[in-house]
Design a protein around this ligand. Sequence first.
Ligand code: KG4
Ligand code: ZN
Length: 358
Amino acid sequence: MAQDLTLLGLESSCDDTAAAVVRRDATGRGTILSSVVLGQDDLHAAFGGVVPEIAARAHAEKIDIAVERALAQADLSLAACDAIAVTAGPGLIGGVLAAVMCAKGLSAATGLPLIGVNHLAGHALTPRLTDGVAYPYLMLLVSGGHCQFLHVAGPDSYTRLGGTIDDAPGEAFDKVARLLGLPQPGGPAVEACAAEATGTIRLPRPLLDRPGCDMSFSGLKTAVLRKRDAIVAEHGGLPRALRADLCHGFQTAVADVLAEKTRRAIAATPGITALAVAGGVAANRTLRTALEGVAAPLPFIAPPLRLCTDNAAMIAWAGAERFASGHRDDLTLAARPRWPLDRVSAPMLGSGKRGAKA
Ligand code: KG4
Ligand code: ZN
């Protein structure tokens, strides 16, 4: 018999220490009662990327604070929860361990069931929390560390149709920003610069000539580097107008590749109810418009940005979905640096800046 479920969720797999309380009602509708995300940008800024040891230490220091705040904001005690969900991978192992150990401690102390959640499943199931999307649907994950198409047929049923063989798109945006003297995070900076463009600089569309849904973004970044050097050689510097045109050309190329591969992924998955996106790059307006175009007449679901980027509400929700379908873990739950969602398809060769995700 279906019942209301209230789950505490914990997340610490990359550079956000997060805790949240989410309720799933008997009809399967979700409500976020609280969501706390403690970022670490200031700790990593000087290093130009996430430093695993620094991240792990900060997670260990802050995870209990995040849990206390999440419970206080939800105005609930731990005893009012039905289970504790925690990201058990994939991710930076020192970080993953921080929340797993905390969740195990809470579970041992309270007797509440423990549910291990795959971080990517958290992203992939978010459209059910925000929009009640029915299975099966197609999910495009695009962030600084992830890039893959997933056919989502249930809380534990995923088929990967393709992904990046090298950089994730957000990683490419960040590197291009660095090449062009724009601030980090690169995505919003490149998008703002491209908005000033009066023309464009044509760049290649990697892997569009090959069948399937795999993608590559590392060559595109090198193409930007070459164009930049040619402009500097010709003009003695990088004029603002040409920098804008270069950002425009790069952003258009990324959106074109993702849109065409999405069109193929939709064609390969008849019967889906919607196209959904998650990940920080899903904030990009040009990309959203392109994806909306290829999704039609299917609904295009883009959760609010705070739920597209790393958070614990998605982990609590994915835990609730697994719990409702009968899944339980215990204190032997292992933290896993790698954990492919799709257990059948071969693992991806590439990895993002934050390490191989699947
Ligand atoms: O999902 P996210 O917050 O973190 C993980 O990577 O897990 O994604 C961050 C990435 C960064 O690489 C950032 O540059 C990119 O998302 N991003 C964008 C935009 N906003 C953030 N990329 C393109 N356009 C944007 N507007
Ligand atoms: Zn993520």
